[in-house]
Design a protein around this ligand. Structure first.
Ligand code: SAM
Length: 301
């Protein structure tokens, strides 16, 4: 009698702390014929830690198209395969979608072994509403597209959850503040690891906290949804935030006049307000040639 198809397991693994692996995940990883892993070296370290010697093949965004039929063939022959990623749940900003879709289309039984995922851990600890949320993954890298993406979210009443790379954290926070307005937010850094850190603050407070600090590690940003009473994002009036944004533009090569103009547009403030804040910058009393003189006071945005 011909053997039926095998089983595909989508297997969650820890997002840092190895104690977060489940007993079921360990059993499945031990019992399957093959483990399909995002990075075989990374997964072999996890397996070695738990004394598991199951064969591992790579399955990542660059080889998914050619690897999927090979794995599917083994599943059709009756072998069982576990899909894992480097951290957390596979398919959550990680590879595996193609294999799962192909297995489902081929009638292969699919079982999920749930494990930790950074977005749920961050949301749960954020202190922000959890009844409705939108997971946005990574924002676009390019500033213009990132802002456009945020613009499309600014009226969404659901709590927003983002993943972000350390070198883009400050730019992402500044854009969130500029586009979404000053809302309650939370940064969850290095979850489940030795240097786990939680910052529950307004977006302007987070911009301030990260000014001059080099972000390191892994980050989830959770941001409150749009308030139903808010037509426009709240104006940012905190001098420290204005100064931080002015310094960022000047560091990026803008002169003070251009920096004042850019920050006024970014934070939706009258140029005069930004000009006043710029007086505190070292070296000179005012942004040279700032075209909204103190006292003119007409909001320009
Ligand atoms: N599949 C993973 C999951 O289930 O969360 C996510 C993989 S995605 C490629 C990696 C991103 O997830 C990181 O850049 C970070 O934004 C977030 N992340 C993963 N582990 C984290 C941790 N321990 N603490 C905070 N964020 C984490």
């Amino acid at each position: 009698m011909a053997a039926g198809p095998g089983q595909l397991y989508i297997c969650g693994t820890p997002i840092g702390n190895l104690e977060d692996i489940t007993l079921r995940a360990l059993r499945v990883l031990r019992e399957v014929s093959l483990i399909a892993a995002e990075d075989t070296r990374h997964t072999r370290k996890l397996l070695a830690h738990f004394g598991i010697s199951t064969p591992v093949v790579s399955l990542h965004e660059h080889n998914e198209a050619q690897r999927t039929p090979q794995i599917l063939e083994r599943l059709m022959k009756g072998e069982s395969v576990a899909l894992v990623s480097d951290a957390g749940m596979p398919l959550i900003q990680d590879p595996g979608q193609g294999l799962v879709r192909a297995a489902a289309a081929a009638g292969i039984p699919i079982t999920v072994i749930p494990g930790p995922t950074a977005l749920v851990a961050a949301l749960a600890g954020s202190g922000l509403p959890t009844d409705r949320f939108a997971f946005e993954g990574f924002l676009p890298r390019e500033a213009r597209r990132r802002r456009a993406h945020l613009e499309a979210l600014k009226d969404d009443p659901r709590t927003l959850v983002f993943y972000e790379a350390p070198h883009r954290l400050q730019a992402a926070l500044a854009d969130m503040l500029a586009v979404l307005g000053d809302r309650p937010a939370c940064i969850a850094r290095e979850l489940t690891k030795v240097h786990e850190e939680w910052q529950r603050d307004s977006l302007s407070g987070l911009v301030r906290q990260w000014a001059g600090r080099t972000p390191q590690g892994e980050f989830v940003i959770v941001v409150a949804g749009a308030s139903p009473h808010e037509d426009e994002p709240a104006a940012v009036t905190d001098d420290a935030v204005i100064l931080e944004r002015l310094r960022a533009h000047i560091r990026a090569g803008a002169d003070k006049k251009a920096a004042v103009r850019a920050v006024a547009a970014e934070l939706r403030l009258p140029r005069r307000t930004v000009y006043q804040a710029a007086l505190a910058l070292p070296g000179e009393g005012a942004a040279p040639g700032a075209d909204a003189a103190p006292g003119s006071g007409t909001p320009e945005n």
